[in-house]
Write a protein that binds this ligand. Structure first.
Ligand code: SF4
Length: 234
């Protein structure tokens, strides 16, 4: 796959994880009452955002009734309500809401993706499922690399999944940097190319936002810290 468009198309056909294939399709069959009139996407969810993004946002996995329903990352669920409101507030998204493909939402210089592309039961992929999905994210980041200068990682799962992938192109210290909200690590490129700034942010999950562990302002602060040096805010 030589382009992100090809990659995005190919990933939607993946059936490498039997448990997740069964779950994504079962969720689409049973549905949530509020969405019973809708056809769920029920397939792997590709990354969302331009192919020349300078900033990547790496989450965990699609939500069963969010991206697994709408087919777009963080679209149609409470986590996305917070993330897109923050992206819009700092000038990285054209609108503060994300409801469905075709809602007009556009990201500026930013691509949202995840280390696991299928919705897992209880939002908990197994280590085997994470490893199965790793080549998709590896390829995605390799295709983004000419323009990619910063990553915001949402939560410890994404952090742990991402660092080994980054280590193929950037120098990751040993022991590996620990995840934390607001942390930043600058990774030199192994080939002498541009470095990569890796920022940690608590996941925008409903659990974190409803308990006040994470506020909209906190998300905005991390996004602004990552995006401002890149000159991609509008
Ligand atoms: S989680 Fe990844 S590897 Fe597993 S079926 Fe979905 S797209 Fe394929």
């Amino acid at each position: 796959m030589r382009t992100l468009a090809e990659l995005d198309q190919a990933v939607t056909e993946c059936r490498a994880c039997p448990r997740l294939v069964a779950w994504r399709e079962e969720t689409a069959r049973v549905k949530r009452a509020a969405f019973r009139d809708q056809d769920y996407w029920a397939r792997p969810v590709p990354g969302f955002g331009p192919a020349d993004a300078a900033l990547a946002i790496v989450g965990l996995a699609p939500a069963a009734h969010g991206a697994n329903r709408t087919g777009r990352m963080f679209t149609g669920d409470r986590s996305g309500d917070v993330l897109y409101a923050a992206l819009h507030a700092v000038g990285l998204a054209s609108q503060p809401t994300a409801t469905h493909i075709g809602d007009g939402l556009e990201l500026y210089g930013t691509r949202i993706t995840a280390p696991v592309k299928c919705a897992p039961p209880e939002n908990k992929p197994t280590p085997e499922e994470r490893d199965n999905c790793r080549p998709w994210l590896e390829r995605e980041l390799a295709l983004l690399r000419p323009t990619l200068r910063a990553v915001v990682v949402l939560g410890a799962f994404g952090w742990q999944a991402l660092l080994p992938i980054l280590a193929t192109a950037w120098s990751v210290p040993r022991p590996r940097p620990r995840f934390g909200h607001g942390v930043r690590h600058d990774l030199p490129a192994l080939d002498g190319g541009p470095p990569l700034a890796v920022h940690g942010c608590y996941h925008v999950s409903q659990r974190n936002t409803s308990t006040g562990l994470l506020t909209l302002d906190m998300v905005c602060d991390v996004l602004a810290a990552a995006a401002t040096p890149l000159g991609i805010r509008r």
